[in-house]
Design a protein around this ligand. Structure first.
Ligand code: NI
Ligand code: MN
Length: 235
């Protein structure tokens, strides 16, 4: 078994593990750097970190086409079952921060994130979250979602992370300097920067940031262009 990840552009990620496709924040339509279209997306499970349009994206359309299960915080899960997509109740998970669920051997826990979460139609999207995902092969991945730096990342890191996917774009989320501090607390084996270079306000030099990760942390940086894959090496 192996777990690999494809960066789809912005904050959209596709994880493939043991034949299961876990899609995160599939903002593809209207995403200027999207590697695939919504029609091309594969998904068994779709995770949505918060209500903003650049994260909810094409979730409802992809779930309707593929029959994928969708998980988000309680408020967003209720929205998906109603005006946000009419998704069937048995295909939607709506936990809250600190809570977990298991989908076909994949354990997903919601973590804190410091950000907003209003849904595209103005509905209340609850509080934003990140995810700690434990795949069937035991690999642990933390997707921070959109967030500022916060000290409890040290607690999240205690889980022993194989990979962290964290924003570096600045303006809407933590920027490069705070993302270095985040990695120092999370201590993942590998870190993949996301949420940058999609739009002018979040332009960043990912290669320069990756060089700092090598110098200033004990983690390894993995910079992917949209459409590129990374297979998490064995421990
Ligand atoms: Ni956001
Ligand atoms: Mn965002």
């Amino acid at each position: 078994m192996a777990t690999r990840v494809c960066f789809l552009g912005h904050a959209a990620l596709l994880f493939e593990s043991d034949g299961l496709n876990v899609l995160i924040d599939p903002f593809l339509t209207g995403n200027p750097v999207a590697a695939i279209t919504a029609d091309q997306a594969r998904a068994d499970l779709i995770l949505v970190t918060h209500g903003h349009g650049d994260h909810v994206g094409d979730t409802a359309a992809i779930a309707t086409r593929t029959g994928a299960t969708v998980a988000a915080n309680y408020e967003i899960s209720e929205w998906f079952k109603g005006v946000g997509g009419n998704l069937p109740a048995d295909k939607v998970h709506g936990p809250q921060h600190g809570g977990s669920f298991t989908y076909k051997g994949v354990r997903v826990k919601l973590t804190l994130a410091f950000h907003g979460s209003e849904l595209p139609d103005g509905s209340n999207g609850g509080n934003p979250c990140g995810f700690v995902i434990t795949f069937a092969d035991g690999f642990k991945v933390y997707d921070a979602g959109d967030t500022a730096l916060f000290g409890d990342m040290a607690l999240i890191g205690e889980a022993g992370l194989d990979l962290a996917t964290i924003p570096i774009g600045d303006y809407y989320t933590m920027g490069p300097d705070d993302a270095i501090r985040a990695v120092q607390m999370l201590k993942p084996r590998y870190v993949l920067p996301i949420h940058y270079n999609t739009f002018p306000p979040i332009a960043q030099d990912a290669a320069a940031w990756a060089a700092r990760i090598e110098r200033e942390t004990s983690s390894k940086a993995v910079v992917l262009k949209p459409g590129e894959w990374f297979e998490i090496p064995p421990r």
